[in-house]
Design a protein around this ligand. Structure first.
Ligand SMILES: [Zn+2]
Length: 407
């Protein structure tokens, strides 16, 4: 079942209000969202008896031990019951019935209630994935085990992901190779793309198939003009604006470069979000292809600063913190905020950095994949993946490793 492209909107029709699914209140349950945000399939496992827990809880259901650790577990299972929910007291599901849910007995042990993909029925083998729902909570989704059909077209799947196909996407900076590669990947994925170009009168590399609009993230008027022109028609914003220069504190001797870094990476992000955020949030349930995501391409050094790139690291740490606030502010509209964390780029500013370096095309592919899978965080390239793994293991040890130049 393929979703046809959106039709022209009737300006008199009601814009469907974004509603959110119910939110559980336990701290343990938030662990599901944390795993889902990275696209991991992790559940709590008891450190004493290895019992796999679901739903998340404070103590082991088998031996009452409090030592529960989130760990990746096998995701296969068998659907033992399927139900088509036609009537719901919950306002979010009331607008979306019929909605399929079912009970899946996991190979790892527990039986779970999951949203069912259209392609799985009672008795089928299924592959469980953890996805974020519109409220940002981790939920189970059962997909066909053999990958039958296009999983992106399932109804539950579309609510929990942000497939760029047939959506209109703004890529904020088409002057740098990353913005160009991201725009190309999105067009390839079936999106309609507007690329922002600062100082249109200067020569730039066009991206085949993309519209171009004057947009300078360092200029509030420019950002506001762009938002007034087409902000109400954008479903996904990808902020690719970046300013890459090496250097820390003492060697630089002044704050000129640092100010440029903040102007583009931090204030530029804030200007874009102030101009485009309100319409995105309002249109989170609008039609068959509602507004759905905001993507930031940021340096992985925002998680733990690299002294050789100290100014850049600080600007990206600030932007990461801002992304957290934007995530909270866009949540009422069900808009997902995705951070694509990248390692050193294969570009002119990283010539002295030894490989592996990440190619712009890999960033484009990762952004599309993140949107399709509905994750909130993705590490792009070997360096970024390694740093994220060490950060998850122990952020304080990682900070020391960065000081020793071990990353
Ligand atoms: Zn136990």
């Amino acid at each position: 079942m393929s979703i046809p492209p959106p039709t022209r909107k009737n300006p008199l029709a009601r814009t469907r209000q974004p509603l959110l699914p119910p939110v559980p209140r336990s701290r343990a349950a938030l662990g599901l969202g944390a795993a889902a945000s990275w696209g991991r399939f992790a559940l709590q496992v008891c450190a004493s008896c290895e019992h796999v827990q679901y739903p998340p809880r404070e103590v082991c259901g088998a031996c009452l031990s409090g030592a529960l650790v989130w760990r990746d577990v096998p995701s296969g299972g068998t659907v033992i019951a399927a139900t088509n929910v036609r009537i719901s007291a919950d306002p979010y599901f009331r607008e979306r019935t019929p909605w399929r849910i079912g009970t899946v007995t996991m190979d790892a042990g527990p039986a779970v209630i999951a949203h069912l993909h259209d392609g799985v029925a009672a008795g089928d083998r299924a592959r469980l994935v953890l996805r974020l729902d519109k409220a940002g909570q981790g939920v189970m989704l059962a997909l066909p085990e053999d990958g039958r059909g296009d999983e992106r077209d399932g109804k539950a799947m579309r609510e929990m992901t942000a497939d760029p196909r047939d959506r209109r996407v703004l890529v904020s900076d088409g002057r740098n190779p990353v913005g160009q590669a991201v725009a190309r990947a999105l067009i390839e994925a079936g999106a309609r793309v507007v690329v922002g170009i600062a100082d249109l009168w200067r020569p730039f590399t066009p991206v085949a198939g993309a519209e171009v609009f004057e947009l300078d993230v360092t200029d509030t008027d420019s950002v506001r003009r762009a938002a007034a022109e087409f902000g109400g028609r954008i479903e996904i914003v990808v902020n690719t604006a970046m300013h890459i220069r090496p250097g820390g504190i003492i060697g630089r001797g002044d704050v000129i470069t640092a100010r440029d870094e903040m102007e583009i990476t931090y204030f530029g992000f804030m200007r874009l979000a102030q101009a485009f955020g309100p319409a995105l949030r309002f249109r989170g349930a609008d039609g068959t292809h509602p507004a759905c995501a905001w993507v930031n391409v940021l340096s992985v050094f925002g998680l733990a600063g690299s002294p050789a790139w100290g100014g850049l690291s600080a600007a990206h740490a600030a932007a990461l913190s801002l992304a957290q606030t934007l995530r909270a502010e866009l949540r009422p509209g069900g808009i997902r905020v995705v951070n694509a964390l990248v390692g050193p780029l294969d570009d002119e500013w990283h010539q002295s950095v030894p490989p592996p370096k990440v190619a712009p095309a890999a960033i484009g592919a990762a952004v599309v994949r993140a949107l399709r899978e509905g994750v909130e965080q993705v590490a792009v390239g070997d360096v970024a993946q390694d740093i994220v793994a060490r950060w998850r293991d122990d952020p304080e040890v990682l900070a020391r490793e960065m000081m020793e130049g071990m990353a």
